[in-house]
Design a protein around this ligand. Structure first.
Ligand SMILES: *Cc1c(COP(=O)(O)O)cnc(C)c1O
Length: 398
């Protein structure tokens, strides 16, 4: 579609095509190919020496199916460029290796894999890494000790849904000559567009909402052309590209992303309101509830509150485990963002290994359950939670 970028987000993503099909198919074929033949050596050299655009080798990123996906990813956040990866961690690691060599300051709670990458892999490579648990302006300023550093954060954060003020962080980063990269997985591009708020790079685990059906592993990056080119060079030589088949599956998923996210938002709000103040539930952490500490900020920088929430039940860790085990519709599984609702208990899963003292510093209690609210009817989800809470409490010693 000509001038796609002037259209609204859902129109852009449905009409994202690079190639016209000779059979009139509205969707592009899947180019399951690793290589591309040339008429003669001169034509090949024209592409190698960049006199003409062309395709050389799929791992380098020049596959039509993958490029069409990347055009769609860029359009979602109105970025100049999009890159697709084999996983969210591929997108995050390539970003850090390309732009974090002078040092990385990680603000707030971030995904466990990102923490491990920075602490266990980047530090031994000689990359200075600072973790700041709070988004404190003075601390951040003091940590940005040389130009060209990378600030990395995630909002809403896992599992407390803590909200970071992206405009404020971007301003401080830029004043100190640093770039800001934001993991936008929890919000999705429908609910939050960090580039519009001042971020330089956005990354996603496309395994979650972008894919949306718990059936593919992929990653995404949206940024300017020069910043993404530097990341693409790392992607190429680390071999982090996804397959054309997965790219086509992800492109298919993106066409329903706006409508899926709107329903995730609505279902999560309905569940959060039903559980807020419900007997046996001490807290509901959901950015859409006015009682949530980051509600005002979330309302300012997000256009929807998302499908993720964390509840805390009375009775602590054992009761929370019993609730999780008694749920019938929610699946006890890691991950998030699929059409099916999932439950996980952070203290025994994602945040088990950091220990109780460290969890408490991050505001994570044993009685917490993280819920990824899917697209089932919310009344069934509420009934499931209520029966699981009742069963858990009746089986606990008083
Ligand atoms: C899952 C996740 C990742 C990692 O993504 P993979 O696709 O599993 O590599 C990164 N960040 C966040 C916030 C996630 O939820």
């Amino acid at each position: 579609m000509a001038d796609n970028r002037s259209k609204a987000q859902s129109t852009r993503i449905i009409h994202n095509r690079r190639h016209r099909d000779v059979f009139g198919s509205p969707y592009s074929p899947v180019y399951n190919t690793t290589t591309y033949r040339f008429r003669d050596s001169e034509a090949q050299l024209d592409v190698i020496e960049a006199r003409r655009p062309g395709h050389l080798y799929t791992r380098w990123g020049t596959n039509p199916t993958i490029q069409e996906l990347e055009q769609g990813l860029a359009a979602l956040e109105l970025a100049e460029a999009g890159l697709a990866f084999a996983s969210g961690m591929a997108a995050i690691s390539a970003t850090i290796l390309a732009h974090g060599q002078r040092g990385v300051v990680c603000v707030g709670d971030v995904y466990g894999g990102t923490q491990e990458l920075l602490a266990n892999h980047c530090r031994p490579l000689g990359i200075p890494v600072t973790f700041l648990l709070q988004a404190n302006a003075e601390e951040l300023k003091a940590s940005l000790i040389r130009p060209g550093m990378l600030v990395f954060c995630e909002t809403p954060a896992n599992p407390t849904l803590a909200i970071i003020d992206l405009r404020a962080i971007a301003r401080i980063a830029h004043e100190q000559g640093a770039l800001l990269a934001v993991d936008n997985t929890f919000a999705s591009p429908i609910n939050q567009r960090p580039l519009e708020l001042g971020a330089d790079i956005v990354v996603h685990s496309a395994t979650k909402y972008l894919g949306g059906h718990s059936d593919l592993t992929a990653g995404a990056l949206m940024s300017t052309a020069p910043l993404s080119e530097a990341v693409a060079a790392w992607r190429k030589n680390l071999g982090q590209l996804l397959s054309p088949e997965t790219a086509a599956l992800l492109s298919r998923s993106l066409r329903t992303l706006p409508v899926r996210i709107r329903q995730h938002n609505e279902n999560a709000m309905t569940v959060a309101q039903a559980l807020d103040g419900y007997p046996g539930v001490t807290r509901v952490l959901y950015p859409g509830l006015p009682s949530f500490p980051g509600h005002q900020l979330a309302a300012e920088q997000m256009s929807g509150f998302g499908g993720m929430m964390t509840i805390e039940v009375t009775g602590g860790g054992e009761t929370a485990t019993a609730v999780a085990d008694n749920l019938q519709i929610f699946l006890l599984a890691t991950s998030l963002g699929g059409v099916e609702s999932l439950v996980s208990q952070p203290s025994v899963t994602s945040h088990h290994d950091i220990g109780k003292a460290e969890r408490e510093k991050r505001g994570i209690t044993d009685g917490m359950l993280r819920l990824s609210i899917g697209l089932e009817d919310p009344s069934d989800l509420i009934a499931d939670l209520q029966q699981a809470i009742a069963t858990a409490n009746s089986s606990m010693p008083q």
